[in-house]
Design a protein around this ligand. Structure first.
Ligand code: ADP
Ligand code: MG
Ligand code: MG
Length: 876
């Protein structure tokens, strides 16, 4: 009943129901809070009478009476929203005390000093929390008394001292509020209730709800609960504990307590608390009861609990329980352990681990035990951690990187011109740009740590240093820093790191996920290293092997340029002939690593100008050469290239001469690639390695584009088979990445053995957004203003792009039953998008190797949720 009673209240009731010792109390519902606002911040009619009536029941149960000078009932007043929320009103303890009842408390406790201490705490809390008097004003009075008595600690003050402090507090109260401290407990109570309701709409709470997308109409409940005292002597204590270690997940009680203390003394740090294990020695019987209670609570909630308790004269009271917050590591271990303990099912265990948590665990990360000197915070753009020397320039990063130095590239922001520096750096730090800025996207793609939008950094490229604003910290080029891309932290100096690996609980959970999921998971990999990692991380094939990266390698780019610069077919074929053996080598390696698993190889996709130097830079070089009377032959060569660059210039390269359009204009390019694939295939087949190549034609929008390119590929396969005398299997399919392909999928399926959704381009072409422009310029505003729910390049747009996918799946499979369909856009590694792919019936998702485990887990979660399974408490 969390929505009616608030989180705290509902759990208190539930603990009472299962027979745990909870001090009795009453709860004013969230409904009353909402009505309070309907009545313009007045108590709804009848509420006060109901509270008084229930208070009567409480008095009967406890045998005490509210405001009775003989046997007073004292209570705490605690706020309690549905979702625990910082910003809500702090708890007021000892409510019901006044000049009369304090005497009775002293008598019954046989301790005047204790009673007066409770009273002064109450005036302080009530004055601060309910009336808004600044806490330091109370502190000032207390300090004065301590100085006067030359007492270093509170406990050295006598009853007489407390009396003086109380007099001072009351005077302060009067000065600040213009009224005397309320002596009537009923008045105290309703003033406190009023303050709780009001705190629902204080600035802090409103901001917190906005950030966390919590509805303003939930309201808060008010818990009024009989006081129990942990400060009545040395057989009393108060403490907080987790039922398991929240940082490692280890199944051991983890917490702290203080003997002879009240409420928040433990967290306030007034005295150093003792570890919970000590309680075993000090109060063995109570400890046993507490340990049993924790086991019972875990059984009941089927989750790790975060509890508060108080021991009054050797008797245990439970004051709070809730699902405990935990680290990624702990979430994993606790979920796996609970499954093995039989506490939860595998399905439930799978849902307990957030895919985002895996992201955290699969990158090199900072040793959780390390002490860090955090100097700035930015956005946690790409998880993982790295240490290195600060450099401010991509060329320099590359130079140092090639010399084997570890560097962190620090820029205000990065552009595609910085790629070589990003490749060489251990991590990226930028002062501008969001989670989808160039630096963030590129770093995530490479699995490199990145902190971006770190606005407190003032970067000075000229001085080669950055300052941390509002501090005197200056970091110069060459200084060592570390970044934590999962926490968004910038740390001074080097930090101890631990390597990512799939082992232990993570391995167990992923194996369970593999058994549950029905959709396949492949990886996008363009080279042997990524292919090996893909297998290690559990990929069941390669869903996208891009061939352009192979063309970019330093030893190949001159040949590629030669091919582009060729004026005749003969010249071009000569250049391609040089590329053939290298390409064949590439495919040989990858196919061999991926033996027995399918490998989708996409033929050349980007426009040719991407392989040529930048036109403007070239023009500058030529001008310089001319001005300095440079070598005429070199000038002429550069001018020829520049002419070619200009002739290849496009107004909109994304929609220009690329993909199969290029393959149709220059069929010899695709023919060479097909030959390389098939020769590698024949070679491996001969060696007894089973390989499954899938040749993919990019950017098809019309069936005829596929038809014409496919003929060449099939002919090449037949030719290679004849030449080598080796028979092998292969398939030919297409990317579905422009809307027209999706809409004419029935036709296209006739010529395709498989479809693969290229959702990066499909999102660009469906929205008519160019990604770089959209993410750089307006997309964040769209998301902020809720024009779009998410960045569609991150979370697949189900309504638009998803609809096209559905059409393509239906039409494609109608035309060709059993047509294999996958996705290879970045969405293939994002949990929400994976769920959609599962729901529309794709055969597999494919994503970067680092995200393969995330996709495996997300795929299993999608299957479990589709079965109608509702988790008992999946959200931690
Ligand atoms: P928070 O949400 O900030 O933890 P709580 O309402 O849980 O606030 O209470 C603050 C402290 O007061 C806790 O240590 C809690 O155990 C203690 N406390 C609350 N109510 C009582 C009570 N009825 N008797 C004794 N201690 C209490
Ligand atoms: Mg609490
Ligand atoms: Mg594409």
């Amino acid at each position: 009943m969390k929505s009616l009673l608030g989180g705290k209240g509902a759990n208190l009731c539930e603990m009472t129901n299962i027979g745990l010792p909870v001090p009795p109390g009453i709860i004013i519902t969230t409904e009353a809070c909402n009505e309070f606002y309907d009545y313009d911040r007045r108590f709804p009619p009848g509420m006060e009478d109901q509270v008084k009536e229930k208070l009567g029941v409480l008095e009967q149960d406890t045998g005490k009476k509210f405001g009775d000078p003989k046997n007073p009932l004292l209570v705490s007043v605690r706020s309690g929203a549905v979702i625990s929320m910082p910003g809500m009103m702090d708890t007021v303890l000892n409510l019901g005390l006044n000049d009369e009842t304090v005497a009775e408390l002293a008598k019954s406790a046989n301790d005047e000093r204790f009673a007066l201490d409770c009273y002064r705490r109450f005036i302080n809390m009530f004055g601060g929390v309910v009336m808004g008097i600044e806490h330091h004003k109370f502190e000032h009075i207390l300090d004065g008394q301590k100085k006067k008595k030359d007492a270093a600690f509170d406990h050295l003050l006598t009853a007489e001292d407390w009396r003086e402090v109380i007099a001072g507090y009351k005077k302060l109260f009067e000065e600040e509020t213009g009224r005397s401290f309320p002596q009537d407990p009923m008045e105290q109570l309703f003033m406190a209730v009023y303050a709780v309701f009001n705190s629902w709409n204080n600035d802090r709470a409103i901001v917190y709800r906005k950030i966390n997308k919590i509805s303003d109409s939930l309201g808060t409940a008010v818990n009024i609960q009989m006081m129990v005292f942990g400060n009545l002597g040395n057989d009393c204590a108060t403490g907080v504990a987790f039922t398991r270690n929240p940082s490692t997940g280890e199944n051991l009680l983890y917490g702290e307590y203080l003997i002879n203390a009240q409420g928040e003394d433990v967290v306030a740090g007034i005295r150093t608390p003792m570890p919970i294990s000590k309680l075993k020695d000090e109060m063995p019987a109570v400890y046993q009861q507490f340990a049993d209670t924790c086991i019972l609570l875990e059984k009941h909630y089927q989750n790790m609990q975060d509890v508060e308790f108080t021991i009054e004269r050797g008797k245990l009271f439970m004051l709070q329980t809730r699902n405990g917050k935990r680290t990624a590591q702990a979430a994993m271990k606790i979920a796996a352990d609970m499954v093995k303990e039989g506490l939860i099912s595998k399905e439930e265990g799978i849902l307990r681990v957030e895919p985002a948590h895996l992201d955290n665990l699969l990158h090199r990360r900072i040793d959780p035990g390390a002490k860090l000197d955090v100097i700035a915070k930015g956005l946690p753009a790409s998880p993982g951690a790295a240490s290195g020397k600060v450099v401010f320039d991509a060329d320099e990063a590359e130079k140092l990187g090639n010399d084997g130095e570890k560097v962190i590239l620090v820029r205000t922001e990065t552009t595609p011109d910085d790629i070589h520096g990003i490749v060489a750096a251990q991590g990226i730090l930028t002062s501008r740009g969001g989670m989808t800025s160039h630096a963030a996207v590129v770093a995530r793609g490479m699995g490199k740590p990145c902190v971006c939008g770190c606005e407190t950094l003032a970067i000075d490229y000229v001085a080669q240093e950055f300052k941390v604003k509002n501090t005197d910290i200056i970091i110069k080029k060459g200084d060592l820093i570390s970044i934590d891309g999962a926490a968004g932290q910038v740390i001074k100096g080097e930090v101890p790191m631990i390597d990512p690996e799939i082992s232990g609980e993570l391995q167990e959970i992923l194996v369970w996920a593999d058994h549950l999921r029905t959709i396949g998971v492949r990886a996008n990999a363009d080279n042997p290293t990524d292919s090996t990692r893909a297998r290690e991380f559990g990929a069941e094939g390669i869903g996208l092997c891009r061939t352009e990266h192979m063309f970019m390698a330093p030893d190949r780019i001159p040949v590629v340029q030669e091919m582009i610069m060729s004026d005749t077919l003969e010249e071009r074929e000569a250049a391609l002939a040089k590329l053939l053996p290298v390409q064949q080598g590439d495919f040989y390696e990858i196919l061999k690593i991926m033996r027995d698993l399918p490998v989708t190889i996409r033929l050349l996709d980007p426009p040719l100008h991407e392989f040529l130097p930048n036109g403007e830079e070239l023009a500058i070089e030529i001008t310089k050469l001319r001005a300095t009377n440079g070598d005429p032959k070199e000038i002429e060569e550069k001018e020829t290239i520049l002419k070619k660059v200009r002739s290849l210039h496009e107004f909109n390269p994304m929609l220009g001469h690329r993909g199969c359009r290029l393959g149709i204009s220059f069929p010899e390019i695709y023919k060479m690639q097909a030959r390389a694939i098939f020769q590698a295939t024949a070679q491996l087949t001969k060696e007894g390695v089973r390989v499954i190549p899938e040749v993919e034609i990019p950017l098809v929008g019309d069936i005829n584009e596929l038809k014409i390119t496919r003929v060449d590929v099939d002919e090449m396969a037949a030719q290679v088979k004849k030449e080598t005398g080796v028979d092998f299997e292969y398939s030919v399919g297409t990317m579905i990445e422009v809307p027209r392909a999706a809409l004419t999928a029935a036709e296209i399926a006739a010529e395709a053995d498989f479809f693969s959704f290229g959702t990066n381009d499909l999102t660009q072409t469906t929205f008519g957004f160019s990604r770089d422009d959209a993410e750089g310029k307006f997309l964040h505003e769209y998301v902020e203003k809720k024009i779009l729910p998410d960045d569609p390049f991150v979370v697949l747009d189900r309504k638009g792009v998803g609809k096209l996918m559905k059409i393509a799946v239906e039409e494609g499979r109608n035309a060709k039953p059993g047509l294999v369909i996958g996705i290879c856009g970045e969405h293939g590694g994002e949990a929400n998008s994976v769920e959609f792919c599962h729901l529309v019936g794709l055969d597999y998702v494919s994503c970067s190797p680092f995200r393969v485990p995330i996709a495996r887990l997300a795929a299993a979660q999608a299957k479990v949720k589709q079965g109608g399974y509702i988790s008992k408490s999946a959200t931690v």
